[in-house]
Design a protein. Sequence first.
Length: 371
Amino acid sequence: MQIAVPKEIKNHEYRVALTPSGARELVGRGHTVTVQAGAGEGAGFPDAAYEAAGARLEADVTSVWREAELILKVKEPQPEEVARLSKGQTLFTYLHLAAEEPLTRGLMESGATCIAYETITAPQGGLPLLAPMSTVAGRMAVQAGAHSLEKAQGGAGVLLPGVPGVAPARVTVIGGGVVGENAARMALGLGAEVTVLDKSIPRLETLDDRYQGRMKTVFSTADALEEAVRESDLIIGAVLVPGAAAPKLITRAMLAEMKPGSVLVDVAIDQGGCFETSRPTTHAEPTYLVDGVVHYCVANMPGAVARTSTQALTNATLPFVTALADKGWKQALADDRHFAAGLNVHEGQVTYRAVADAFGLDCVEAATLIG
Ligand SMILES: NC(=O)c1ccc[n+]([C@@H]2O[C@H](COP(=O)([O-])OP(=O)(O)OC[C@H]3O[C@@H](n4cnc5c(N)ncnc54)[C@H](O)[C@@H]3O)[C@@H](O)[C@H]2O)c1
C-alpha cells in the first residue's frame, strides 16, 4: 500500500505520525512509505533516518497527499489538508469531530474514509490511542506545577519534596483517571504528600490497592474540594465527564481560601477546564496569576515533549497502521470491532453516532459498511 506521512501544519505541532522505526516495519512488510521532507524534524527524527529506514522522501506536499492510499497524521486536518483529501483515500489521525462541524462536513465532502484515533476502544475498556497522551500530560502536570511553585514563576517558593526538617508540599489531584494517576504517581515519586479526589469508588479502590495507601484517596465532594483548596500547594485538575464540558470544581471565590503563590494546573482545559478562572494558554506563555494563584492551562501539553509524545503515540498506533496497510480499511475494521469504533466518516456519511447526533446528521453504523 502507498502510505503517506505529511508534515503537521497546525500551529506549534511538532509531533509526527510515524517514526523511522515504524517506517522500517511497514517497508519490511512490502509497503511504500512516503514521508514529507522535514516531517520528523520537530520530534528529533531527521529525513536521513527515514531514508535509512527505506522510506521515500518527498518535498512537494501535493505529491505526498495525491499519491497516497493511506494518510497518517497526528492532528485533525486543517482546511488546506481537507481540500487535498479524495475518495478512495483513508485518513488515520486524531479528529475530535463532535466539536468541529465545519471539519466534519469537509471530511464528508472529501469522500475519504476517516478513522479517528480517539474513538478506538480496547477489549479491557478505555481509549488506547488517547491514553498515551493523557499519560504524558499527567506526568508533565507535576513537572509544570513544581516549576510554577518557584518564586520567579509567581509561586510560593515551595520545593515539592521539602528537605529533611521541612515538610513536603501538599499536592491534590482532582480526577484519578489516566491523567490523574500519572500525576499522582509523579508527585509521590518526588516526595510530595499526595491526595487524589474522584467520584468513582472503583477508581479510588484501584488507586488505593495499587499504591498501598501511599497516596490518600478521597471521595470528591464540595467539602473535600474546600479542604483541598485550603491545604494544597499544588492542585491538578484531571477530571473528565465523557461527552460533556468539564465541571467547574473550583470557583473564583474559592481562590481567596488558597495560600498565596499556590498553583493550579488545569489539564482538563482541553474540555473547557475544571477551574472557573482557567483559560487556555500556550507553551510560549503557559501561566498567569489570578488573585495570587498561579494558573497553568496549556491545552496541548504533550506538544512540549514532542519526541517522547511521538514515540508514545506511534507505539500505540503502529499495530493499527499495520493492519490497515496489510488488509485495507474494510477488512482491518471487520476483523476488530474495537478498531471499527474508530470509523467516523466514510464516503460522505458519518459513521460515528456521537458525531452525527452533535450536528443532526444521519448515522450509518460502521458495522453495516464492513459487514
Ligand atoms: N491539556 C492537555 O494537553 C491534555 C492532554 C491529555 C488529556 N487531557 C485531558 O485531561 C482530562 C482527563 O483525561 P483522562 O484521560 O485522565 O480521563 P479519564 O476518563 O481517564 O479520567 C477522568 C477521571 O475524572 C473523574 N471525575 C469525573 N468527574 C469528577 C468530579 N466531579 N470530581 C472528581 N473526579 C471526577 C472520573 O471518575 C475519572 O476517573 C480530559 O479532559 C482530557 O481531555 C488534556
